[in-house]
Design a protein around this ligand. Structure first.
Ligand code: ADP
Ligand code: MG
Length: 321
């Protein structure tokens, strides 16, 4: 028997995400009612993933669910916001209960881990497309933004860059790196199951002068910060955090500079706050490394072992400037 839209929503999406006292009315009415605490700003973001474009048609349903929510959580991280509520717009070519079971399970798991409640959505028939709209909270005036980087600020990134790109090469059977099964699992997880740096974003409130999450590649995303802040930057490419197996390859720096999908944070901090920012992230066991400085001359300068790298030849540069 084919489920009606109502029973589909009831069965898969009406419960099981985080319980929050600020949800006055969730799934099931014409709209959700949510309580925004006094002194907080509501932070909202939306991202859509389309089958065949953002993920292959045969991708694992739980991976699709994880990734769609994760990219939204990553936007909250970049704003220094605590994610609270999500809405899910699901366009399905058919009602496939096994698919829905795995998809909703993947979504519940990540939502629970990050304390997010699914409070509503929309379900329609059509080519497989998933939109998540996420809302979070930040004390008024404390959100991190792309603008705000000042000359002299240090530039940091969290985690390791280029991992998701290696995962994609593996998934597509075109990876030339010499890696074992454990590493293979690691890189595929980095592609399919990114862990957005929400706690790091919250910890950087009041310290970072600007922040962005790295979804399109470091050069492209740092480029947005530079543009919005009206500054330039110099990067010491040797400092880029990259997997050892990648660093052994010729022009290893291409991957961490241009590859997207890592969902790490890039942030700037005035030198006087740098030690404190590093310490807060260390307490969270979130790796971070200083990769350069903001300067007054517009544009981006890259040096590798004292030699300048021509940014023009790097893919991803077109996003910048
Ligand atoms: P309406 O016709 O008023 O838009 P719907 O039938 O679209 O109502 O939705 C009924 C309820 O189910 C609403 O509360 C809506 O937010 C929720 N809902 C619909 N689809 C989803 C979904 N995929 N995930 C979570 N909640 C959903
Ligand atoms: Mg509706």
């Amino acid at each position: 028997m084919v489920l009606s839209e109502f029973s589909l929503i009831q069965r898969y999406f009406s419960q099981g995400t985080a319980q929050r006292a600020d949800v006055r009315l969730g799934v099931g009415d014409d709209a959700a009612l949510l309580l925004v605490p006094d002194g907080c700003e509501l932070v909202m973001s939306l991202d859509t993933l389309v089958s065949g474009i953002h993920f292959p048609d045969d991708a694992a349903p739980a991976d699709i669910a994880h990734k769609t929510l994760a990219v939204n959580l990553s936007d909250m991280a970049a704003m220094g916001a605590e994610p609270a509520w999500m809405m899910l717009a699901l366009t399905l070519p058919e009602v496939n209960e096994a698919w829905l079971e795995q998809f909703s399970q993947g979504m519940r798991q990540l939502a629970n881990e990050y304390g997010v409640t699914l409070v509503g959505g929309d379900t329609t028939r059509g080519p497989l497309t998933i939109s998540v709209q996420i809302s979070g909270l930040v004390p008024a005036g404390q959100a991190l933004q792309r603008r705000g980087a000042q000359p002299g600020d240090r530039i940091y990134v969290t985690g390791q860059l280029g991992d998701a790109a290696v995962g994609l090469q593996l998934a597509q059977g075109r990876c030339q790196l010499d890696i074992d099964d454990v590493q293979r699992d690691y890189f595929l997880r980095r592609l399919h199951r990114p862990r957005p740096q929400v706690a790091a974003g919250v910890a950087l409130r009041g310290l970072a002068s600007a922040a962005i999450d790295i979804s399109d590649g470091l050069i492209a995303d740092l480029g947005h910060v530079l543009e919005m802040s009206g500054v330039g930057a110099s990067l010491d490419v040797d400092q880029l955090p990259v997997a050892a197996v990648v660093r052994k390859t010729p022009e290893w720096w291409r991957l961490p500079l241009t590859a997207g999908d890592d969902y790490e944070l890039c942030f700037t901090v005035t030198p006087g706050f740098a030690a404190q920012a590093e310490q807060r992230l260390r307490q969270l066991a979130c790796p971070c490394v200083c990769i350069g400085t903001i300067d007054t001359g517009l544009g981006l300068r890259l040096t590798c072992q004292g030699r300048e790298i021509d940014t023009q030849q790097l893919q991803g540069y077109r996003h910048f400037g």
